[in-house]
Design a protein around this ligand. Structure first.
Ligand code: AMP
Ligand code: GLY
Length: 427
């Protein structure tokens, strides 16, 4: 069986490598992939995620069993609809269903109409109306651009002036592209966690919880990034909280989508906050998280490709974990300057060649130069360890990274640190 993965980052490396491990799979292709994947036997294709017709033609010619879509951009461009129209099996949501991520207004209205717990909100498409609403509110408040904004469209406004500035930037200065609307919502407090569900036509499976670290520097300081590290599972999510998320949030959301005539399939990534009133939805993403996937794939068993194949074929299936006890923790090595102007060209060979067995490397912003692997991009790679507890995984990853410094790169030193303190107190 041949499989195609769409995308080129660490998330896609982790997925493609996991699919390779399934005995049913003969070849895994990644379009466009990156040169760091090749040593795992993954074959990279020189077709970009925008060239949907070329991807379809290639998948047909090469008799691909099914395709897994990594990045949201491809979903928002309707890749799933086009693959399906061409008679190809593909795991992901339709363009319309991907509105759960591509339009915050769509997602919030669906939640509100179906009494699914989330922050209270109002949406506006006129600046003057949004400002007069803001004048009557107390702060802090959260202001969100409706559509995709490269992870920068969420502003926590401490007072009216900050709120007004954010509204102007979104609706009149078009700082985040062409945004049709803005969402103004209540500011929730509490720890955040991510919940991943795999949705087939007739069944839904759930993965362990994960937590991302979005700020660039230690102690959650610095600018927001795509994610600087992650761990799974999240110790403060008890079995009963996990079930509560399924029953009060994930299931009702999927039912609401069916009721709206937009059935959802693919990965549903629910971003949650555990508030004093229980778990509430912060956002939906319609694909796997990066870097959460890199740690999750270390926890799931090697029949994961069969699980996806069964979901696509509507055959009853379940997710197997390698162990019920394991934890995985991963740290992103980023280029100096990221998330702004990232320095490129750091040679990675010595880091890669001295990797111990206890660490896995998932490659993202890398390229080949003079037979060396060098950095090319903000998030370069992620080092992940799996162990019986988070503190051992933390120890393994940091021992490795700390002893192999790479010029013009940096990483956070506190991925999972708060969870480890809590884990130790609980023991
Ligand atoms: P989003 O892009 O919607 O995930 O928002 C990015 C980040 O903003 C989240 O991970 C939260 O840390 C924060 N955030 C979003 N919505 C809220 C909210 N209603 N209350 C507090 N923080 C929020
Ligand atoms: N790790 C955050 C995201 O993938 O959106």
């Amino acid at each position: 069986m041949k499989i195609l993965v769409i995308g080129s980052g660490g998330r896609e490396h982790a997925l493609a490598r996991k699919f390779m491990k399934d005995p049913m799979v003969t070849e895994v292709y990644c379009a466009p992939g990156n040169p760091g994947m090749v040593s795992d036997g993954i074959k990279c294709l020189d077709i970009s995620i925008q060239e949907i017709e070329d991807l379809i033609a290639w998948a047909q010619k090469n008799k691909i069993a099914w395709t897994f879509v990594g990045p949201e951009e491809a979903l928002f461009n309707g890749i799933v609809d086009q693959f399906r129209q061409a008679g190809l099996k593909v795991f992901g949501p339709s363009q319309e269903a991907a509105q759960l991520e591509s339009s915050k207004k769509f997602a919030k209205e669906l939640l509100l109409q179906n009494q699914i717990p989330t922050a209270e909100f109002k949406s506006f498409n006129q600046l003057d109306q949004a400002i007069s609403y803001l004048e009557k509110q107390s702060f802090p408040l959260v202001i969100k651009a409706d559509g995709p904004a490269a992870g920068k469209g969420v502003i926590i406004a401490k007072d009216f002036e900050e709120g007004q500035k954010a509204l102007q930037e979104i609706l009149s200065d078009h700082r985040f592209g062409d945004q049709a609307a803005v969402v103004i919502e209540e500011c929730l407090t509490g720890p955040e966690f991510s919940f991943f569900s795999l949705v087939g036509a007739g069944q839904t499976l759930h993965l362990p919880t994960a937590q991302d670290h979005k700020r660039a520097y230690d102690h959650d300081l610095g600018p927001n990034t795509g994610g600087m590290g992650a761990y799974a599972p999240v110790p403060f999510v008890s079995d009963s909280l996990y079930q509560e998320v399924i029953e009060t949030i994930v299931k009702p959301t999927l039912e609401a989508m069916i009721k709206a005539g937009i059935p959802y399939t693919g990965v549903l990534y629910t971003g949650l906050m555990l508030t004093e009133d229980g778990p509430k939805v912060i956002e939906f993403n319609t694909r796997f998280g990066d870097p959460e996937t890199q740690v999750l794939m270390e926890l799931v068993a090697d029949d994961f490709a069969q699980v996806i194949g069964n979901l696509l074929a509507n055959k009853p299936t379940q997710i197997h974990l390698k162990s019920d006890q394991a934890s995985a923790l991963g740290v992103v090595l980023a280029a100096e300057g990221y998330p702004n102007q990232a320095i490129q060209g750091s040679v990675l060979d010595s880091l890669v060649s001295s990797k111990p067995d206890s660490v896995q490397l998932l490659m993202a912003g890398v390229t080949d130069k003079d037979q060396s692997l060098v950095s090319q991009g903000g998030r370069i790679l992620m080092a992940v360890s799996t162990a019986d507890d988070l503190s051992q995984a933390y120890h393994d990853v940091y021992t490795y990274l700390d002893s192999h410094p790479v010029a013009h790169t940096f990483y956070r030193h506190d991925i999972g640190a708060q969870a480890i303190v809590k884990e130790e107190i609980a023991q």
